[in-house]
Design a binder for this molecule. Sequence first.
Ligand SMILES: O=C(O)C(=O)C[C@]1(C(=O)O)C=C[C@@H](O)C=C1
Length: 290
Amino acid sequence: MKTIAVLPAGSVSDEAVKRLFAGEQMNWKHHRLIADVFMSTVNGVSDYSVVPIENTIEGSVNLHVDWLVHEVDMPIQAEWVYPSIQNLIGRSSEAAGEDGSIDFSKIKKVISHPVAIAQCLQFLRSELPHAEIETAGSTSEGVKIVKENPGEGWAAIGTMTAADNNGLDVLSQGITDHDNNFTRFLLVGREPFTVRQSDKQKTSILITLPEDFPGALHQVLAAFAWRKINLTKIESRPTKKKLGNYYFYIDIDMALDTVLLPSALGEIEALGCQVRILGSYPSFTYEQLQ
Ligand SMILES: O=C(O)C(=O)C[C@]1(C(=O)O)C=C[C@@H](O)C=C1
């Protein structure tokens, strides 16, 4: 049985990976922090780590991209998409106004994962401008902290599953600033993912351009363009070695075991660029996982 490292039960990551492995017997290893989720697979304790990498509202989760690029050398084996529906969770008894409806002014503190907080900023500004904001290692950790501290008037942002698991109330449902908030997750590990098949394969690479080479990025993109290779994402991130030095993180809509992609990468290397393959893997839409 395979072991999967993931954030705690009731987190969005935990809900999402259970959808990817629906119907399979797995051994779940829950970790409080994403760093421990990564290290569990690096150290051979788990077979795969679950990494939220990007969401509709906030874009890339830079901390997780940086872990993938700088801290671990572990290939991406699958990607999938799952909705991030956030709710305000607490005790209605502590937040009830005189007429019994929820009175947000009674909530003194809101606890959650920084990415979930960022997804609900408009709600927090309009309904809870007075509340202190505290970050947690995951949305589910925030909910657990609220459970363990009755009588304080605290609330958390998290999933319905976490509210149920902890016997707390949903004070406001669906509080993200935009509807259709989805998160893209990566499954990272040494072995290929074979539980499901997808007709869509992607490849992720990092490209570092040679210094002082005007038009280098243009030439890199041309190598993909004239072969009609579709890029689904390109993002620059600091190399962390020197101010102003960046690498490009590129997602490509094609498997590596084709003729076209290796030839494009060969052309890019011939320009003097460094190319690192982060993985070539099946990609699943939310609909495919229903
Ligand atoms: O805290 C969680 O529930 C997580 O799974 C982490 C995470 C993230 O790191 O982006 C995943 C998806 C949510 O949209 C918010 C937080």
